[in-house]
Design a protein around this ligand. Structure first.
Ligand SMILES: O=C1C[C@@](O)(C(=O)O)C[C@@H](O)[C@@H]1O
Length: 263
């Protein structure tokens, strides 16, 4: 499977498209899709704001998502991450709709990637998926996505606190078959921020897969700029609709600092 363009030291910069309607997705300024100093290295399409609208009236959710994803891929060469974020983890996908929405993403990504080897299909644009691991069926979802040739970014979010077992959670992500392990949590003090940096550093040394560790909000914002120094392979910056989570900087700001810190 072609590796995702994530490496250590110079972080991959990911921006999220968080549109509330399909029309708005199609209307996103093309500059976000073209490599440059103010555009990201990887795009994340946050599908969750659209799940209820796309599900209304029935029909094939996977097909509807694929239609939009195909249009996005026609406009870019950047890798694309498809994400459904549940309400429980700070997104807009209702609890009961999460599994079927991720199944739809798996179908869409499987059709888009070359099923023979998980490499980008005809468009050359690779599709990866985000799967939340804090749910009973996450292992099955990850296995299914991997079997269909898609990379999976396993994720865990906490918008209230920084739990003490983050390293164990990241090991569990690897054991579940993820291609990348990601945590994004909320600090209540600077020790929590340090814990996230320490977890990034340990996880990068102990896991065989790339890791992303983010401390959200103003207090944790330093982890978005300097996380790569501690082992994070990527960072999220603001996208066309602004921040997809608290504490994000613009792509230009992150790129500038990465340039300053470049080994
Ligand atoms: O998992 C993440 C990380 C994130 O929550 C952040 O804190 O930047 C932003 C989300 O869009 C993305 O899916």
């Amino acid at each position: 499977m072609k590796p995702l363009p994530f490496c250590s030291r110079t972080p991959a910069i990911i921006s999220s498209v968080t549109c509330m309607s399909v029309e708005d997705v199609h209307a996103v300024d093309g500059m976000w899709f073209t490599p440059g100093t103010t555009s990201p290295d990887v795009l994340e399409w946050r599908v969750d704001p659209l799940v209820s609208a796309l599900t209304a009236g029935g029909g094939d959710l996977g097909g509807k998502i694929a239609e939009v994803a195909t249009a996005l891929r026609a406009r870019t060469q950047l890798p694309l991450i498809l994400t459904v974020r549940s309400e429980a983890e700070g997104g807009q996908c209702a609890e009961g709709a999460y599994t079927s929405a991720v199944e739809a993403l798996i179908q869409c990504a499987g059709e888009g990637n070359d099923s023979r080897g998980g490499n980008p299909g005809a468009t050359g644009v690779q599709i990866a998926l985000d799967v939340e691991v804090a749910r009973p069926d996450s292992r099955a979802l990850i296995e299914k996505a991997r079997a269909q040739g898609s990379h999976v970014i396993a994720s865990f979010h906490d918008f209230c606190a920084t739990p003490p077992d983050l390293l164990e959670r990241m090991h569990a992500m690897e054991q579940a078959g993820a291609s990348v392990a990601k945590i994004a949590v909320t600090p209540t003090n600077m020790d929590d921020v340090l814990s996230v940096l320490r977890v990034a550093h340990r996880a990068q040394a102990e896991l065989a897969i790339p890791v992303i560790a983010i401390s959200m909000g103003r207090m944790g914002a330093v982890t978005r700029l300097m996380g790569a120094e501690f082992g994070s392979c990527a960072t999220f910056a603001t996208g066309p609709q602004g921040a997809s989570a608290p504490g994000q900087y613009s792509v230009a700001q992150v790129r500038q600092l990465a340039q300053v810190l470049k080994p």
